[in-house]
Design a protein around this ligand. Sequence first.
Ligand code: ATP
Length: 286
Amino acid sequence: LQSQHLDAPKIPKVYWNDIGGLDKLKKELLKTIEFPIKYPHLFKNSSFKRSGILLYGPPGCGKTLIAKAISTELNVSFLSVKGPELLNMYIGQSEENVRKVFESARASSPCIVFLDELDALAPRRGAAGDSGGASDRVVSQLLAEVDGVTYTDDADTSNFVFIMGATNRPDLLEQSLLRPGRLDKLIYVGPYSGLEEKTKVLTALCRSHKLRPEVKLDDVAAALPERCTGADLMQVVSTARAAAVRALVNRLHSGIVKENELNTDSIILGVSELWEGVQSFRPSVT
Ligand code: ATP
């Protein structure tokens, strides 16, 4: 693993307010991760151990966003790697890469390790063959690291490492990774459905934009299909923003605004811009 491929762990800047909806999930996650981080002494001498959790579900539904927000809200560093990035054709190098990730996490603890596309790194043993996928040795190394981070009797926040795995295909995962004490809590993160949930996500996505007062995000949500991923909804908002920028440039060209008045505050999303976003909608789920 080239050191430039492994970002140094750091505290992200994604807040709960950046995540729309998912209220129950946020509470459940905080309860699962916050207690051992904040009150490690309560877990001393306890037979209860957990190395991490697994977030699963289709792409673009918020797994990465949630993992970052947990780190921000708990003020712990965040180390993110994608499973395939750790795989290397040279014998022994993939295992070494896995080892380095956890070494880096321990050096920055308390730390959350986000292992995205975990199925590539830990496919069911015996399933990968010699096709260039992860070998059984890589899976064994990962399991050893997973067992190693479990907080023990001398747990304190200075050596706390917690794993958040993510996959679109939990069925392809090495099942021993999900045994009690390892990533034994599975949480589904799926598409957003219903007017209320979609409106909440749109509201979160629009937090960093100026909206005209007549914009009603629930009308926007109602015009979209019943089920949307977060990435779909983000696409609607970014298309609307691009339309707002275009409108602003047109106003500049027609002399309605002056060059020195152009700034990000003058980019305002109105009904017609959001409607353009809705029109551009290409669903990634049905
Ligand atoms: P993948 O499996 O492809 O890694 P993912 O489940 O990790 O996908 P994210 O990258 O977290 O998905 O989300 C995709 C985009 O959708 C993000 O840029 C994020 O801003 C947006 N998004 C997803 N869920 C929400 C949400 N609840 N509120 C606001 N934005 C969201």
